[in-house]
Design a protein around this ligand. Structure first.
Ligand code: NCD
Length: 304
């Protein structure tokens, strides 16, 4: 059975296939409208979400399937102390596939070890977010026509930002990738990501606190929100939350074909004035997220 817990669960060929199917879904949506008829997706979200949960649900509806949903920890038996393992066994009796978001790193992995249906990690704590990465990869592929030969700047909370960790892992497999890691000193990429992914794959990278200085080099700029919910004290969050605010002036020296991505939600990191700039891709990224989740559900349920 095929779970998706970490982006490494997918081979490069499988990612290419998911992108290919996604592009076909965009071109021929009617062909897919009944593919999941009679199937049920359970979205188990124990942390807040707008895009990830709704895009999973929209994806399943657009495939002709149905959805069962837990949209907060407080509304499920988790509030009574039920274990993730028991929840996974229970939901396996009701649904054909699970998408789970959880504040604890590793919870979707535990679910996958106990479920008898495929489990997809929809974000686990400050760890991983592989389906956001699939959305990011489709966005980059559509914008740039390639996933190799790119200089990618990550800016903001690189410590707690799970989307950053998963996208770094995914991009590390492609040729001639360079990472520019822009963050406050306190929010640098975790050492395990640097050691086990970036250095292990001999990826060229620089770490800096100065976004404007590196702007001219970037093909992709991946902005992120400072992850308030992962901080141990509010004082640190308040001090760091506005470390980077992308404004039109800061883009003065950027490439004319830069692609600006953001997994969203945006808090204050990108001025609204940038939304009309042709380089802003973050709302297209939302759309691609739904399409890539359709592609992933088809693969996980083996209904191609
Ligand atoms: C991200 C997440 O939940 O990690 N959001 C998303 O799923 N698109 C990013 C974030 O919350 O900052």
């Amino acid at each position: 059975m095929k779970h998706l817990i970490d982006i490494h669960d997918l081979s490069t060929t499988e990612i290419d296939e998911l992108i290919e199917v996604a592009k076909d879904i965009i071109a021929n949506p009617a062909k897919y409208s009944e593919k999941c008829h009679g199937k049920k997706l359970a979205t188990l979200f124990f942390e807040p979400s707008t895009r990830t949960r709704l895009s999973f649900e929209a994806a399943m509806y657009e495939l002709g399937g149905n959805v069962l949903s837990v949209s907060s920890a407080g509304s499920s038996s988790a509030a009574k102390g039920e274990s993730v393992a028991d929840t996974a066994k229970t939901v396996s009796c009701y649904a054909d596939i699970i998408a789970m978001r959880h504040p604890k790193e590793g919870a979707p992995l535990v679910a996958s070890m106990n479920a008898s249906i495929p489990v997809i990690n929809a974000g686990d704590g400050g760890h991983n977010h592989p389906t956001q990465t699939l959305a990011d990869l489709l966005t980059i592929h559509c914008e740039k026509g390639r996933l190799d030969n790119l200089t990618i700047g990550f800016c903001g909370d690189l410590k707690f930002g799970r989307t950053v960790h998963s996208l770094i892992a995914a991009m590390s497999r492609y040729k001639n990738i360079k990472f520019v890691l822009v963050s406050p000193v306190e929010l640098k990429v975790p050492s395990y990501v640097k050691r086990d992914v970036i250095k292990k794959n001999n990826i060229e990278y620089i770490q800096t606190t100065d976004l404007e200085a590196v702007m001219p080099e970037l093909d992709i700029l991946y902005m992120t929100r400072v992850q308030k919910e992962r901080f141990f004290n509010e004082e640190d969050y308040l001090r760091l939350k506005d470390s980077y605010i992308l404004t039109p002036e800061k883009l003065k020296n950027a490439k004319s074909d830069l692609s600006i991505l953001h997994p969203l939600p945006r808090v204050n990191e990108i001025a609204v004035a940038i939304d009309d700039d042709p380089r802003a891709c973050y709302f297209k990224q939302v759309y691609y997220g739904k399409i890539m989740r359709m592609s992933l559900i088809l693969k996980a349920l083996e209904v191609m």
